[in-house]
Design a protein around this ligand. Structure first.
Ligand code: GDP
Ligand code: FE
Ligand code: FE
Length: 199
């Protein structure tokens, strides 16, 4: 199922894809299309009633990921976001901060979609069905090849979406720790809230 018009942004699919692809590399554009496809599949499997929103969240989730650090810093200031965000980097900012850029550029106001995009990198302790669909779709889309992706896909598409959230979070935390980089506190809250879903 592919939708031809997205009322949440007032654009046809072709217009939307033009805007998105103008803002990113071909490789990332392929990734966001894969995430949209995976989000649709998860919406169907787990009974999310608005598949168009799942697809749109997938298409928009990494919008303008190539935004400069300077622009992010200006947005943190302009919207008076938590100043602690200044201690982090693009990986953490591109969901939490970029949502304001998506709102500015596309007029997106739908609170379910903006929330899902906002937390797609770090998750949250209490995720809606759409939040989980986008978080997991980003991890299991067809282009991902990391070790364990088969287990993640089986949990996501077949067995248990909460367990898929947990699997992704456990592995992301372990990966970040192995690289000796700081872990954003909200990522730890997601870990604590979902880890026992794997038992
Ligand atoms: P992508 O945008 O499709 O590449 O995927 P994500 O938005 O899920 O993640 C972007 C990057 O952020 C990945 O390299 C993650 O490992 C990294 N990341 C996720 N959570 C955290 C965190 O808590 N702290 C830091 N420093 N990086 C994180
Ligand atoms: Fe992302
Ligand atoms: Fe992504």
């Amino acid at each position: 199922m592919v939708f031809e018009f997205y009322p949440e942004v007032g654009l046809t699919r072709a217009e939307l894809c033009d805007k998105i692809s103008a803002n990113m590399s071909d490789k990332r554009f392929q990734h966001v299309q894969n995430v949209a496809k995976s989000a649709l599949r998860l919406a169907e499997r787990w009974g999310y009633p608005e598949p168009r929103k799942a697809e749109l969240a997938g298409l928009l989730h990494d919008y303008a990921k190539e935004t400069t650090d300077e622009t992010f810093i200006q947005l943190i200031d302009k919207y008076q976001l938590d100043p602690d965000l200044l201690n982090w980097n693009n990986n953490v900012w591109h969901g939490l901060v970029r949502i304001y850029k998506i709102q500015e550029d596309l007029g997106l106001t739908d609170p379910e979609i903006t929330r899902a995009i906002e937390i797609h990198t770090v998750g949250s302790a209490a995720m809606s069905l759409l939040d989980k669909i986008l978080y997991v779709a980003d991890y299991v889309e067809d282009g991902r090849t990391f070790e364990g992706v088969d287990v993640a896909r089986q949990l996501a598409y077949e067995q248990d979406l909460d367990a898929a959230v947990a699997y992704e979070t456990v592995h992301t935390v372990a990966f970040l720790a192995s690289k000796h980089v700081r872990i954003y506190p909200q990522t730890i809250l997601t870990y604590n809230a979902y880890v026992e879903q794997l038992k």
